[in-house]
Design a protein around this ligand. Structure first.
Ligand code: NAI
Length: 255
């Protein structure tokens, strides 16, 4: 594993009480960054803070619903007030959405998925960009998915939301490059997290095997294999990478 030095830097991660977000928060802290953990799940969010502190790191939890602009502003203010600024913002919070054909999704459910997965990323960026432009720049990484690149049956709201995340990422990358802000996305294949339990994928052995078989290595990813890509995008090693949807999918989208 590469070793990053984010000493004296500040990172915030939404959806960091679980899965990819929690692992990203842990990796940032291990590399020396102070970390703001934003999530609706206070219990698990506080547990991640405790783990980071037990390992000698610095972290704080802020109850944050990405559908609420005021929560996101508080999250960003916490980064500034507690740790003195903001360098990296990882907009990762997301939900799986319903497993129905497009025409059967009810309007409220459609809007909820878009409001969390897509509008939540835009809202988070709007809150973060004020601070990043006032500072000396920084890096934003939005969590998209292979579902931002291809479709999948019975996943229309999720697929639409993730295509949208790539759209706002590519556009904002151009808009803020002059401010020394790089904005990228990560597009993971299927990752072993609670989201796949909730979607009924990891709880059903047949479905799990079918999904695993869509990846060249015939398995699901572990959260740390995605967090590694996030940290790389935030590091100076990625200094010329902007507006990218970095695919980490064991060739899911290659065929
Ligand atoms: P997870 O379920 O383990 O974590 C998602 C986190 O988001 C949870 O802690 C949850 O409480 C939080 N969250 C949900 N709604 C929220 C809201 N309104 N405001 C704030 N936080 C909220 O799932 P996972 O897999 O770690 O997902 C993280 C991101 O990665 C999501 O955007 C997901 O779409 C994306 N992703 C996941 C893949 C997978 O196979 N697990 C594949 C590709 C992308």
């Amino acid at each position: 594993m590469p070793e990053y030095d984010f000493e004296n830097d500040v990172a915030l991660v939404t959806g960091a009480a679980s899965g990819i977000g929690a692992e990203t928060a842990r990796q940032f802290a291990a590399a020396g960054a102070s970390v703001v953990i934003g999530d609706v799940d206070e219990d698990n969010g506080e547990d991640v803070v405790s783990e980071i502190e037990a390992d000698g790191g610095d972290a704080v939890f802020v109850t944050t619903d990405v559908t609420e602009m005021a929560d996101l502003e508080t999250m960003v203010e916490t980064a500034v007030d507690e740790f003195g600024g903001l360098d990296y913002a990882i907009n990762n919070a997301g939900v799986a959405g319903p497993a129905d054909p497009a025409g059967d999704i009810d309007e409220n459910t459609w809007e909820q998925v878009i409001d969390i997965n897509l509008n939540g990323v835009w809202r988070s960026m709007a809150a973060e960009l004020d601070v990043l432009t006032e500072n000396d720049g920084g890096v934003i990484v939005n969590m998209a998915s292979v579902m931002g690149q291809v479709g999948m049956e019975n996943s229309a709201s999720y697929v639409a939301s993730k295509h949208g995340v790539l759209g706002v990422t590519k556009t904002a990358a151009w808009e803020y490059a002059d401010e020394d802000i790089r904005i990228n996305a990560v597009c993971p294949g299927f990752v072993e997290t609670q989201l796949l339990d909730e979607a009924g994928i990891t709880t059903n052995e047949d479905v799990r095997e079918w999904i695993a078989g869509k990846h060249s290595q015939d398995r699901l990813a572990q959260p740390e294999e995605i967090s590694e890509a996030v940290l790389w995008l935030c590091s100076d090693a990625a200094s010329f990478t902007n507006g990218e949807g970095l695919t980490v999918d064991s060739a899911y989208t290659a065929v």
